[in-house]
Ligand binder design. Structure first.
Ligand code: OGA
Ligand code: NI
Length: 336
């Protein structure tokens, strides 16, 4: 299966000072004119090794109400495990095209290697290629979409998953306790042991016109929660107080996004963060988000604890697969 890729477009336009018109954003989206520069607030950084657990919970609650995103350090994932994940992902994207196409996405499937260039969909194109595959639970893993190359790709990703699963449990516990729920409530309401972990690798090649294009345009994640590792190249931006601000790169930290499903379950107490990614003239940016998603048939709606006569439900309850369908087709998910 042949794949049209941004990597290929990038290698062709490398020595030009232009990019194909379909990558150029409208002015109100262009990062060159919409990025906030100058001193301002930073995404909260939370130390999970803090011995004062109540303080960790308070910080997570505040960040999830005010920002919808935070970074965590001392999260229990050894630096070498993160560095290995970065190493094998980078190696995969540097393989010859035909090797990568062994795990090409096939139409109608959510996993595999590809880009959105082949999509019939109209609209501006994103300066990014990607690889998607499930990493957890075991029953959801399809190794047909896991690269065989580099040879340690599988082992390294299994190691990462081993640490990622308990970290997500811990974060969902803190998020639950912070809303005065029992510790297991948000995990159970997003699928319990069937919560699905979908790994994506975003590969953003150098772009001759980084002020005009975007990697991933503004969106909130559909997931319950997303845990992301970037490489050292700046690119993630979040929308806060009407400004697009850069996320600071902190080596070995994990970036935690509140996704739409936690926003819905908490009836808006926690909010999903609007974010996007920019690209760079001379460097390749890579990021590794893990989207933690409810099973397709799971119904997600505001928990009864957050709905009353005074505070009505702000979202409709929906099966996760219907939510995905509506969002991908831009049908409103708010009640009005
Ligand atoms: C995404 C995303 C941001 C990044 O893939 O959903 O928001 O930093 N990526 O690459
Ligand atoms: Ni995202």
């Amino acid at each position: 299966m042949e794949v049209d890729t941004v990597q290929c477009v990038a290698s062709v336009s490398k020595d030009a000072n232009t990019i194909p018109a379909e990558f150029i954003r409208s002015v109100n989206e262009q990062p060159g004119v919409t990025t906030f520069h100058g001193p301002g607030p930073e995404i909260p950084l939370i130390d999970l090794a803090n011995t004062n657990r109540d303080q960790i919970i308070d910080e997570i609650v505040k960040a999830s109400r005010e920002w919808g995103i935070f970074q965590v350090m001392n999260h229990g994932i050894p630096p070498v495990v993160i560095q290995d994940l970065q190493r094998v992902g980078k190696k995969f994207f540097e393989l010859p095209q035909e090797e990568k196409e062994k795990v090409a996405m096939v139409p109608g499937r959510l996993e595999g290697y590809g880009s959105r260039l082949t999509n019939k969909q109209q609209g501006t194109k994103n300066w990014v290629d990607f690889l998607f595959h499930n990493i957890w639970p075991q029953s959801q893993i399809n190794h047909a979409f896991w690269p065989d190359n580099p040879p340690d790709y599988r082992h390294v990703n299994e190691e990462y998953t081993k640490y990622m699963v308990p970290l997500v449990d811990q974060l969902l516990e803190y998020l639950s306790l912070g809303l005065r729920l029992d510790a297991n409530v948000l995990k159970e309401a997003s699928g319990g042991d069937n919560l699905r972990f979908l790994l994506k690798i975003n590969y953003y090649p150098p772009c001759p016109c980084p002020d005009l294009a975007l990697g991933v345009p503004a969106h909130t994640d559909m997931s319950a929660i997303t845990l992301l590792v970037p490489n050292e190249v700046q690119g993630l931006q979040v929308f806060k107080d009407d400004h697009w601000i850069n996320a600071r790169y902190i080596p070995n930290a994990i970036i935690v996004h509140i996704g739409d499903q936690i926003e819905i379950l908490s009836n808006g107490n926690y909010k999903g963060v609007l974010h996007r990614s920019t690209v760079t003239k001379d460097e390749t940016r890579i990021s590794w988000p893990v989207f933690c998603e409810p099973p397709e048939d799971m119904v997600v709606g505001p928990l009864p604890q957050f709905v009353s006569d005074e505070i009505p439900a702000k979202y409709k309850a929906k099966k996760y697969k219907d939510y995905q369908y509506c969002k991908l087709n831009k049908i409103g998910v708010m009640l009005n």
